[in-house]
Design a protein around this ligand. Structure first.
Ligand SMILES: [Mg+2]
Length: 224
């Protein structure tokens, strides 16, 4: 069955999915996280970066590791690491055009906070375009790829998983997506740091694309 016939709910990750991994925003967040750890846990940047990547791997997000091991207050962390220079992100008119043609409900599902979503959507000219935003606070700070927030998003927005597709640049985030019944689409941003995760997730990646706009174009033209 073609995407258009099957899917009426479209769930999109934000960072590196709806705008390019090359924008530099990702690097800014990473740097700010390292600085946050260094400052708040009083360690040098080398140690801080090690801890950041350890928590990311073990807890799904650096934040979760900081909450569980150090009692860090999540909103404080999220505010600090999203003090970003958003001027480097700009609109993508081709993507916008294809998104506008897609029929049905469109939802943002992110491990970041709502303020970051609103700021980015403003910059990429998609403010007020999405029907819902499910952020890390709504998920009780439980990040993708833990399965609980996926169950929660289904519940909160009254989603029928079999008519829903989820798009994410992180392959392992699509494992629970497939398990709850969404059609998973991996937006391959081309970075190699997470290749172990990609290997471990590959049986769950029903679709993959290097270019979200052309994938959506294929859906709109009923090629897929
Ligand atoms: Mg992402």
């Amino acid at each position: 069955m073609k995407f258009k016939e099957k899917i009426n709910t479209w769930i999109f990750d934000l960072d590196n999915t709806l705008y390019s991994a090359d924008s530099g925003i990702f690097q800014q967040v990473h740097k700010l996280m390292g600085e946050f750890i260094s400052k708040n846990l009083k360690m040098d940047m080398v140690e801080a970066k090690k801890l950041q990547s350890k928590y990311y791997k073990q807890h799904g997000t650096t934040l979760r590791g900081l909450m569980d091991n150090h009692g860090i207050e999540p909103d404080y962390f999220l505010d600090e690491v999203h003090k970003l220079d958003y001027s480097i992100v700009g609109p993508d008119e081709i993507l916008k055009k294809e998104l506008e043609k897609i029929q049905g409900r469109k939802i943002i599902y992110t491990n970041a906070n709502k303020k970051h979503v609103v700021d980015v959507l403003e910059r990429i000219n998609l403010a007020n375009f999405f029907d819902e935003i499910f952020d890390i606070k709504m998920a009780n700070y439980i990040p993708k790829p833990e399965i609980r927030p996926y169950e929660q998003i289904i519940d909160i927005f009254n989603i029928n998983p079999s008519s829903s597709a989820m798009f994410d640049d992180i392959a392992k985030n699509l494992v629970p997506a497939k398990k709850v019944g969404f059609t998973p689409v991996w937006v391959d941003a081309g970075y190699e740091n997470f290749s172990d995760d990609i290997q471990a997730s590959k049986d769950y990646l029903d679709y993959s694309t290097r270019n979200l706009s052309s994938f959506l174009k294929d859906i709109n033209e009923e090629i897929i």
